[in-house]
Design a protein around this ligand. Structure first.
Ligand SMILES: Nc1ccn([C@@H]2O[C@H](COP(=O)(O)OP(=O)(O)OP(=O)(O)O)[C@@H](O)[C@H]2O)c(=O)n1
Ligand SMILES: C[C@](O)(CO)[C@H](O)COP(=O)(O)O
Length: 232
């Protein structure tokens, strides 16, 4: 049976957490790497569970760590844990298949975005509830962007006024995400909105949060430690 948080909530959150974390360097799978003494996944799930609209959380864990992740999350929140896939898309599809009847809004959220505030979860869900089929949190690009060619020689300066950096949670009407993943098996696209875009569904942006940074490289982990120490 799928564990529930708030039976009156209308949001299921899928948490792909099965990645290795190659860019973070050698060690345990990234979701289990420690941030202030607790795994990134624990930080992420605690914040998701604090969002009032969340009915269900489904975590796609590294296949060899499913039991360990169940034990780790049991004291944090009622969560369903299943094995993830070799690619992020497969992990999300596996989690989506386990969502029980009920929630009609589905959010997909990286375990690696461990400090994402519950308020961002609610604002993405609210935009889907308001009628958008697909919603992504974004930030503006704050640096000048260059396009380069062979030998790292600059070809030109990119107009960044229309560029956005994309975060999670990404929110979808359930039927829209299900259709996109049914058509997407094995698609190497890095985010779920990309799959939905391929279906011709409009994707709408809402303001993201600096705290929703993705822990990707060692510097990000150090930054997250500082943010947590400062009260994030
Ligand atoms: N087969 C995979 C690959 C990734 N993810 C998850 O997708 C999220 C975003 O991926 P990313 O930050 O790129 O994580 P990794 O793939 O682990 O990173 P790397 O590319 O450095 O190995 C992470 O929470 C990661 O655990 C997953 O569930 N299953
Ligand atoms: C989904 C994502 O977090 C949006 O920014 C991202 O695409 C995950 O994959 P990446 O390979 O680390 O870009």
């Amino acid at each position: 049976m799928t564990a529930q948080l708030n039976p009156r909530g209308d949001v299921a959150v899928l948490v792909p957490a099965a990645g290795a974390g190659v860019r973070l360097g050698p060690g345990r799978p990234k979701a289990l790497r420690l941030l202030a003494g607790e795994p990134l996944l624990v930080h992420a799930v605690r914040r998701l569970a604090a969002a009032a609209s969340v009915h269900t959380i489904v975590v796609a864990a590294p296949p060899a760590e499913v039991e360990a992740v169940r034990a780790l999350l049991a004291p944090v929140a009622p969560v369903t844990v299943l094995p993830g896939g070799a690619e992020r898309q497969a992990s999300v599809a596996a989690a989506l298949a386990a969502v029980p009847a009920g929630p009609e809004i589905v959010l997909v959220h990286d375990a690696a975005r461990a400090l994402t505030p519950p308020e961002l979860v609610e604002s993405v869900a609210a935009a889907v509830r308001a009628g958008h089929d697909a919603v992504i949190p974004v930030l503006p690009v704050v640096d000048t962007v260059k396009e380069v060619g062979a030998g790292e020689v600059v070809l030109g300066t990119v107009d960044r006024t229309a560029l956005r950096v994309v975060q999670t949670p990404q929110g979808f009407r359930r039927a829209v995400l299900t259709a996109a993943h049914s058509a997407a098996a094995g698609d190497p696209l890095t985010d779920d909105a990309g799959l939905v875009e391929k279906q011709g569904v409009p994707v709408v942006c809402v303001p993201g949060s600096e705290y929703a940074l993705k822990v990707t490289r060692p510097f990000d982990l150090a930054l997250a430690e500082h943010l947590l120490a400062a009260g994030a």
